[in-house]
Design a protein around this ligand. Structure first.
Ligand SMILES: [Zn+2]
Ligand SMILES: [Zn+2]
Length: 330
């Protein structure tokens, strides 16, 4: 029987362990894919660290999967063996709940999430529901496209929520921000990048990707902003961002987990400022982003790690040692 390798999480708070196991066969509607590259997202860190409390265990994390179709389950059409496909965080939805029926499948009551409630891409192979996978074509490098599958898609959904903001603040300049900044500046928006205090390398990186200003998250931007997106998992940034936006401005929280938001005076929310969160993605978000990213010339800055070094990649992300995105290569 054919074997695969995977970095497995047995219990949150413990390191991933390399295991060998049988390659699974795809069920009805599923495809087996051979992983070419899998990005490491902050959400993976939240799964591994136990901030997200309902993983399937043991679990193979990873939901920014660039892969090749290796086998088709019964009833799958529209994909060919060897075709390059992307597998994102949204693994499947129920199709019948209130949210699925109203074009909001990102809020589905009974979703399946890749690398959280179903095994993901920190492996040589994985299984995916074909209806939630995307053809990726042949242009572009596997590793450089991997971060598009979550950092790009969630970043895009967050960005869409900021409407036609001309001045846009981005708090936390990691994988999602560095992709989004390229799209937004290509569309003529003025990007203000906020990083950890004193992180001059990240600020220079932001400027190199089109930010007109970069500074610490404790600083006020030189002009008030139309909107802001918070990617860093730091609740204290919510009042900071509210103070930085104009009347009627919107603050979008793009992460799945955030530390508690400290109390703040009503005056910084008043005048129709808004705070909202973005959860998951819809397939429509993915189709939009995958069309616009190549046009905008998005180039993801990646650091490659062999699959065996998944723990090192997670540590580097946790400790802020990465510029851009970490990608595992099996
Ligand atoms: Zn549903
Ligand atoms: Zn993610």
């Amino acid at each position: 029987m054919a074997k695969m390798r995977a970095m497995v999480l047995d219990k949150p708070g413990t390191p991933l362990v390399m295991r060998e196991m049988a390659v699974p066969a795809p069920g009805e509607g599923e495809i087996l894919v051979k992983v070419a590259a899998c990005g490491v997202c902050r959400t993976d860190l939240h799964v591994v660290d136990g901030d997200l409390t309902e993983p399937k265990l043991p679990i193979i994390a990873g939901h920014e999967i660039v892969s090749r179709v290796a086998a088709l389950g019964a009833g799958v059409s529209g994909f060919e063996l060897g075709e390059r496909v992307g597998v994102p965080w949204l693994g499947a939805t129920c199709g019948v709940c209130l949210y699925c029926r109203s074009g909001r499948e990102n809020l589905c009551d009974h979703p399946i999430f890749t690398g959280y409630t179903r095994d993901g891409g920190f492996a040589t192979h994985t299984i995916a529901d074909a209806r939630y996978c995307f053809p990726l074509g042949e242009a572009g490098d596997d590793a450089e496209i991997a971060p598009w599958l979550c950092a790009g898609l969630i970043g895009w959904r967050s960005y869409r929520m900021t409407g036609d903001a001309e001045t846009l603040g981005i708090y936390g300049f990691g994988a999602a921000a560095h992709i989004l900044a390229q799209v937004a500046s290509w569309q003529g928006r003025r990007i203000y990048a906020f990083t950890r205090k004193g992180d001059e390398a990240a600020q220079a990186f932001a400027r190199s990707l089109g930010a007109v200003w970069a500074g610490g998250s404790d600083e006020a931007p030189p002009e008030l902003l139309d909107a802001a997106i918070i990617f860093a998992p730091v609740g204290a940034l919510v009042p900071a961002a509210l103070k930085a936006v104009k009347k009627g401005g919107r603050v979008v929280c793009g992460g799945i987990h955030m530390s508690d938001i400290p109390s703040f005076p009503y005056s910084i929310l008043w005048e129709e400022r808004q705070v909202m969160s973005v959860a998951n993605l819809t397939r429509a978000d993915a189709h939009e982003f995958l069309e616009i990213a190549p046009k905008a010339g998005v180039h993801a800055e990646v650091t490659r790690y062999p699959l065996e070094q998944a723990n090192e990649a997670l540590s580097d992300l946790r400790d802020g040692r990465l510029q851009g995105a970490a990608v595992l290569i099996p």
